[in-house]
Design a protein around this ligand. Structure first.
Ligand SMILES: Nc1ncnc2c1ncn2[C@@H]1O[C@H](COP(=O)(O)OP(=O)(O)OP(=O)(O)O)[C@@H](O)[C@H]1O
Ligand SMILES: [Mg+2]
Length: 473
């Protein structure tokens, strides 16, 4: 609903019982904003109900009216009528201002007003709202996309494989899905851990749309904590609105904590408490909120080893490891390779509106004998490559990615070599360290079929570090 630049057509409402303040503010702000004024609660509420006001600047003490009552009423208006609120207080009544923020005001300014400060604050508040709107929109788009492409978590039919190892996994999922048992899915990157989590939820009998996924590696410790448990307004700098955490969102359903091996010690403690007491506490609050959530976690690390090294809490490990599903790497179930390849072939043929082309015997052989360090994900990308590149009636080896042709699956050969590094360093003019870094990261990502976890492993850095580097680049 809001999309403003620096100078915008955002709508403001100025509420003050003193005419001189109202007029002064309006004069100062109307060049940049669309301004309404009101002198008491009744007038203010009438405007709020009829106009889409983005931000309300209100006095706290207005004759017989209390700005706090206006705040309460304004914030309970239905979307899009609830505005961001900034309170104006007399110097010295900061306590009241803090109370106002606790009740939902975004910020406060003290009188006498510094007009530049007021304007800056308004712009900052509006920018914050714009960011939030963007994030919500992105999430909605994502959800729609998942619905459209039918890639929302399905049951077992999505988890292709007829090897004894996969048959056992199917059976295990069927058995434990309807229970409340906490499940830990371990396995190398690209082995289908997320699909397993989806299948568990799909077969759990819990509402289909109540699965919430959190990638624990993608967020800084502080963000992760507030993402999981939510926060109260003002709990920390930047917490301008109260936020419901993922655990609360998932209540009644399943929460899938991906890359659980990446969470920091402090969050481990909090998570342990959630699992043992089945309640959460929002950051900045002491109130316990009951949640009924099935917890599924996944990692490509060996958690037991992490426990032994003191990197992961043992008590938490036991809570998470009630049922363990270990995804076998693709090289250990080669019976599944051709089955999977043919399924992906069909998928990408349809997606790219191509004619159906089978794999040549040589191509099938190549697939069968490769080591697949990136597991099923890597196979999937290889088949996509084949479908797109083939201009023949079959998919031949030459249509597959070149690393298969060299049949060279040793990881070392797929990242930059010493010789290459030396070579690059010998070129002072057009070379710099970040270019080398960029190239190395690109290669690792190409090799992993875009999978960041595998790429990070290849590079010997944590996924979070890779994330940061990608952002910088
Ligand atoms: N058994 C399978 N049948 C069909 N597709 C599969 C299977 N296993 C994995 N895939 C596909 O491979 C890709 C990777 O799977 P997924 O994301 O579940 O792996 P992961 O183990 O979670 O990997 P990571 O550790 O990198 O997060 C996805 O596109 C998924 O659909
Ligand atoms: Mg995953």
């Amino acid at each position: 609903m809001i999309d403003f630049n620096e100078s915008s057509d955002a709508v403001l409402l100025i509420v003050d019982d003193e005419k001189s303040t109202r007029d002064g503010l309006r004069l100062a702000l109307e060049d940049n904003f669309d301004c309404y004024v009101a002198s008491d609660i009744r007038e203010a509420m009438n405007i709020l109900k009829s106009e889409k006001v983005d931000l309300m600047l209100t006095d706290l003490r207005m004759g017989g009216d209390n700005g706090m009552d206006l705040l309460d009423q304004a914030l309970t208006l239905p979307h899009p009528h609830a505005p961001i609120a900034i309170m104006m207080t007399a110097y010295g009544s900061v306590d009241t201002a803090v109370e106002a923020m606790r009740r939902g005001a975004w910020h406060f300014v003290t009188k006498p007003l510094n007009l530049d400060e007021v304007e800056m604050l308004i712009k900052r508040a509006l920018r914050g709202r714009k960011q939030e709107t963007k994030i919500v929109k992105l999430e909605q788009e994502n959800q729609q996309l998942r619905k459209d492409t039918g890639k929302s978590p399905h049951g077992l039919e999505r988890l292709i494989g007829s090897s004894p190892a996969m048959a056992q996994i199917h059976q295990m999922i069927t058995q434990i899905a309807p229970t409340k048992a906490t499940v830990l899915v371990e396995g190398e990157s690209g082995t289908g851990k997320e699909l397993v989590a989806g299948a568990i939820h799909a077969m759990s009998g819990r509402p289909a749309d109540k699965m919430v996924t959190v990638n624990c590696a993608a967020l800084s410790p502080q963000l992760l904590e507030s993402e999981l448990f939510g926060h109260e307004k003002g709990a920390f700098t930047g917490a301008s609105q109260k936020r419901i955490g993922r655990f609360e969102q998932a209540s009644g359903g399943t929460i899938f904590l991906d890359e659980i091996g990446e969470i920091d010690q402090a969050t481990q403690v909090k998570l342990l408490r959630v699992l043992s007491e089945k309640t959460i506490e929002r950051v900045g609050s002491n109130t316990q909120v009951k949640v009924d959530v099935r917890v599924v976690t996944a990692t490509n690390k060996n958690l037991r080893k992490m426990v032994a090294k003191g990197d992961f809490r043992e008590d938490l490990f036991f809570r998470l490891n009630v049922v363990k599903i270990e995804m076998p790497p693709l090289r250990k179930r080669s019976e599944d390779i051709i089955l999977l390849a043919n399924a992906f072939l069909k998928e990408f043929t349809i997606e790219n509106k191509r004619e159906e082309k089978p794999l040549s015997d040589e191509a099938a052989n190549l697939l069968q004998n490769y080591r697949w360090p990136g597991n099923v994900r890597e196979l999937r990308t290889a088949i996509e490559h084949g479908v797109v590149m083939s201009n023949d009636s079959l998919i031949h080896p030459k249509h597959l990615p070149s690393f298969l042709l060299k049949n060279d699956s040793s990881l070392e050969n797929n990242v930059i070599t010493d010789a290459e590094t030396k070579n690059s360093l010998a070129k002072p003019a057009d070379f710099n360290l970040s270019a080398l870094e960029k190239m190395t990261i690109k290669r690792a990502l190409d090799h992993s079929g875009g999978n960041r976890t595998t790429a990070a492993e290849l590079l010997g850095i944590s996924r979070r570090t890779l994330h940061r580097k990608l952002k910088d680049l």
